[in-house]
Design a protein around this ligand. Structure first.
Ligand code: SF4
Ligand code: MSK
Length: 650
């Protein structure tokens, strides 16, 4: 086995389970990453396999011959740009098909065809009705919701005009998108157009290809993902602050452990209710367990954590390790980020792997298909399967002790309320504290784990560096879980890790210095938070004027590329770590890293060192502060009693 040059993880629970996996003869992604040498040509975006004449490799690396063009004549620029926007298409499709699934369930629920689902956030339903021009009058919530569901579904297949949520963006941003020709017409259309343009012999100008990538990514962030977030909030409730816990220590030795994994919380919402059903709890007790313990992995977990406080067992690279504990009686998965190795690993223990989506089948897994018309029965069958498997546990059980408290549930609405209060909900206090320099800026740190770098290390190093420098951090996805494991999502973390200015604001408002905003599709909440900051005034008139930055230090999925691209297209400086998929073309890389700023006000950057990357973000934030004329304010952040009293009154 090849020796890894990096540490596998900074998380003790994960390291302990890797050791147990080795003792048990189980191979995980950490081992496979060590064994699998990475193809430098593919990693740089210089391998094209878009037709049967190829694959064509067009990058010269040590020991490799350089070919200037593919057989069809495609240049290194064309190939890198095509590969890059195909990643955007993959990511945008994943988020958006999730959004479509939510819209379909939403419509079925509104029509009374999905028993067990109801409207939980009436206020948000009515707000959306007003926004979309849906008649409210004397109509019932169900009638209004039918119209909303139909409009939402139509957004995916729309052929002309613009997707509706673009009108949420600052006016200047909307004008920019129209001027640049990147306002998406329909969510699906822009994704399909990427697949068309990147077919052999179609679009062969990297500028034009990358522009279509921008258009499809905007359709993800301001379209498919935003629809998913909005409709999930209406259907399942908008998250509000709730206590949670994270890490493998949340698994329980004496209870039935059912782990929920994936991204689409449609069925999991019902599983949460069923697991509390006295009939199910009695059944668990009859099988010798003390109860039923739900926990989660990846973003379905983030969803049910934010809404119900269900604990997180771990992030992407901990999915296999959860099984290695020997204590998971069933793992139910829906879509995205699910490793095909799970059923094989499950065979070494007693775990049942249950797939539920017709779009995500895995050989060796038990399939209990999600049926929105009968979700309750499906959820009961899943919970029962876990319970009945409890007595089959062997003796080879080792649950790590590690688990950390966290406060989660910072939806855009919650931040608004916490900062401004019930009667004057606004982002004004945040803007004021940015203007007076107590908060230097805001950073969105998101994305995956990647075993090509040390698990959780880049996330936590970057986040600590940012908050130490008075940058408020907002997070989603697996990155949020990494920070939470270190204890960064508790109010106490402000005094321990944050700079004096940020800490003083956090202590006054009672928030952690690192806010958990939810799942991958909830990156749309970050877009809404940035827009609210612009609309509250004092920080320019576009997202690109704000002292904000984005990052995905341990990214691996195509979804992360799509998210990064819509951050950039929305005017945000965005830095990725680990690897960068266009390094095979200097021109394409320069276009993304430099030229994009003139067009979109946001740019990409690549920096695998998380501390250096944090300082790129801080420099960008300082550049924006200077442009706004608020850079001087930072110099007087020395607190006398008067300033503290002023802060208390904010
Ligand atoms: Fe090679 Fe062109 Fe075919 Fe790509 S599309 S595999 S570069 S011949
Ligand atoms: S789950 S896309 S590994 S964040 Fe959303 Fe984590 Fe990345 Fe999947």
């Amino acid at each position: 086995m090849a020796e890894r040059k990096i540490k596998k993880s900074v998380d003790k629970a994960s390291l302990d389970m890797m050791e147990k996996a080795a003792r048990d003869g189980v191979t995980t992604a950490f081992d496979r990453a060590g064994e699998m040498s990475q193809c430098a040509i593919g990693a740089a975006g210089s391998c094209c396999k878009n037709c049967g004449m190829g694959p064509c490799r067009v990058l010269g690396v040590k020991g490799e011959e350089e070919a200037a063009r593919g057989i069809c004549g495609a240049t290194a620029e064309t190939i890198a740009a095509r590969n890059f926007i195909r990643m955007v298409a993959g990511g945008a499709a994943a988020h958006s098909d999730h959004g479509r699934g939510v819209a379909e369930l939403f419509l079925a629920a509104a029509k009374g065809k999905a028993p067990g689902y109801t409207i939980r956030d009436e206020q948000k339903l009515l707000q959306l009705a007003l926004e979309w021009g849906v008649e409210i009058g004397e109509r019932s919530n169900q009638e209004i919701a039918v119209d909303i569901g139909e409009i939402a579904l139509a957004e995916f297949g729309k052929q002309e005009g613009e997707i509706r949520f673009l009108s949420r963006a600052p006016l200047k941003r909307q004008e920019l998108w129209r001027r640049e020709g990147v306002a998406p017409r329909g969510i699906d259309r822009e994704i399909v157009e990427i697949m068309h343009r990147t077919h052999i012999g179609v679009d062969q100008d990297y500028h034009s290809l990358l522009k279509q990538g921008v258009r499809a990514a905007i359709g993800d962030g301001w379209g498919g993902s935003m629809i998913a977030t909005e409709l999930q909030d209406i259907l399942f409730g908008t998250p509000a602050p709730v206590l949670g816990r994270v890490n493998l220590g949340v698994l329980k030795k004496d209870e039935v452990n059912l782990v929920i994994h994936g991204h689409e919380p449609l069925l999991s919402e019902v599983i949460v209710a069923v697991a509390q059903d006295p009939e199910m709890v009695s059944l668990a007790k009859a099988k010798g367990a003390k109860g039923i313990n739900l926990s989660g992995i990846c973003c379905t977990a983030n969803e049910i954590l934010m809404r119900h406080g269900v604990p997180l067992a771990g992030n992407f690279l901990q999915q296999e390790l959860a099984l290695v504990t020997g204590a998971v009686d069933a793992m139910v998965v829906d879509i995205q980020c699910i490793m095909q190795s799970l059923p094989d690993i499950a065979q070494c223990y007693h775990t049942k792997i249950i797939t539920t989506s017709p779009k995500a089948r895995i050989p060796g897994a038990l399939h209990i298909e999600f049926d929105e018309h009968n979700a309750l029965e499906g959820a009961k069958a899943i919970v029962r399967t876990a319970i009945e498997n409890f007595p089959n546990r062997g003796n080879n059980i080792d649950i790590p002790k590690e688990q950390t408290d966290m406060v989660v549930g910072f939806s855009h609405e919650t931040i608004n309320y916490l900062l401004g209060g019930l009667f004057r909900a606004s982002y004004r206090p945040l803007n004021d504290n940015i203007i007076n320099g107590r908060i230097r800026g805001v950073a969105g740190v998101v994305g995956c784990n990647n075993p090509r770098t040390t698990h959780d290390s880049d996330h936590t190093s970057m986040v600590k560096e940012l908050i130490k420098n008075d940058v408020l951090v907002i997070q989603t996805g697996c990155s949020a879980m990494a920070a939470a494991k270190l204890g960064l999502m508790t109010p106490e973390a402000a005094a321990k890790y944050a700079g004096e200015g940020l800490a003083s604001v956090c202590e006054t408002v009672g928030i952690p210095p690192v806010l958990h905003l939810g799942s991958c599709v909830d990156n749309s909440r970050i877009l809404m938070a940035a827009t609210a900051m612009v609309k509250d005034g004092g920080l320019g008139d576009d997202i690109s004027d704000l002292p904000v930055a984005g990052a995905a230090p341990e990214w691996m999925s195509e979804k992360a590329i799509s998210i990064g691209q819509y951050f950039v297209a929305s005017g945000v400086f965005t830095v990725f770590g680990v690897t960068w998929p266009t390094l095979g073309s200097d021109e394409v890389t320069k276009h993304l890293f430099t030229d994009f700023e003139a067009a979109y006000g946001g740019i990409w950057a690549f920096e695998p060192d998380p501390i250096k990357a944090a300082h790129l973000m801080i420099s960008h934030i300082d550049k924006k502060r200077k442009a706004l004329g608020i850079d001087k304010a930072r110099e007087r952040v020395l607190y006398d009693m008067e300033m503290r009293r002023e802060l208390e009154s904010v």
